[in-house]
Design a protein around this ligand. Structure first.
Ligand code: AMP
Length: 282
């Protein structure tokens, strides 16, 4: 298990892996690794010859009033967990190395990045798309693994590699949850105990919405109204958005058909949580 801080060294190492004909699995993360990340690493280890976990809290994807400074940083533990899950390399570059002084080129994704997270967090996906492009360039993945938990991000990463013809296959893996249903997130640790208990309401409203649609409801409006009411009442959450969208374009749907994604984003105190489920509507 190797920890690499230098970008040049990582680039040399991945070129060597490639020259040796090794399949490279890459798991991009911001660290503070939990079971959700580990599920991606384990899958990468099962499907590739070498696994690189990238750990980089990317300032470019945080807005000026977001939690960049408070974001948990636990590299020593992340290295240990990565190794135990089957990683061969942890690539953890510094901000100064990744964004040297005259850095000025970014990757801008179109309409997929405009709504939902993109609207609440302007510039967020430009930051994500830029860092993912750089990380893929340096690590040369055969396959890269991302979570459905950040559903819009997973679509954007897929779109990005198609549009820029990056030679990597993206695998999107299911959301790993706590026993009470809360989607695992590095941000969950910053919830106070009472808010942590209420946070499970996010996944419950998603389950409930999916149940109603499976039971035959085809109108988005009443499902969304019930979700909003329950989120406000039980989670005491400020809602950024709840939406039912076409799973491939993220456009809102009034009448439900085909594969849809139900999205929720809310703030409990200073902690922002996102979650989603997919439903196939006959
Ligand atoms: P992050 O470190 O939060 O940027 O996440 C790194 C990767 O792990 C992203 O592809 C996330 O979608 C994925 N991920 C985060 N939380 C989970 C989870 N609970 N289950 C599955 N994947 C996750």
């Amino acid at each position: 298990m190797t920890v690499v801080r230098s970008i040049d060294r990582m680039a040399r190492l991945s070129r060597r892996f490639q020259a040796q004909g090794k399949r490279i699995g890459v798991v991009p993360t911001m660290g503070a690794l939990h079971e959700g990340h580990l599920s991606l690493i384990r899958r990468a280890a099962a499907q590739n010859d070498v696994v690189i976990v990238t750990v980089f809290v990317n300032p470019l994807q945080f807005g000026p009033h977001e939690d960049l400074a408070r974001y948990p940083r636990t590299l020593r533990r992340d290295v240990k967990r990565s190794r135990e899950a089957g990683a061969d390399v942890v690539f953890a570059p510094s901000v100064e190395a990744l964004y040297p002084p005259r850095f000025q080129t970014t990757v801008q994704v179109g309409p997929l990045a405009e709504r939902w997270e993109g609207q609440v967090r302007p510039g967020h996906f430009r930051g994500v798309a830029t860092v993912v492009t750089i990380l893929f360039q340096v690590t040369r993945p055969t396959r890269a693994y991302v979570g459905q938990k950040d559903y819009q991000q997973s679509l954007i990463v897929r779109r990005l590699v198609r549009d820029l013809r990056l030679p990597v296959t993206i695998h999107v893996l299911p959301t790993v949850r706590e026993p009470d249903g809360l989607a695992m997130s590095s941000r969950n640790v910053s919830l106070s105990a009472p808010r942590r208990r209420r946070a499970a309401v996010l996944s419950r409203v998603l389950q409930e919405a999916r149940r109603r649609i499976r039971a035959g409801e085809r109108r988005a409006a009443p499902v969304l109204a019930a979700m909003r009411t329950r989120l406000r009442r039980e989670a005491l959450a400020r809602i950024d958005y709840v939406a039912i969208v076409a799973a491939d374009t993220l456009e809102p749907q009034a009448r439900l058909h085909g594969r849809v994604a139900i999205l929720v984003a809310a703030r409990l105190g200073r902690t922002r949580l996102v979650d989603n489920v997919l439903v196939d509507v006959p």
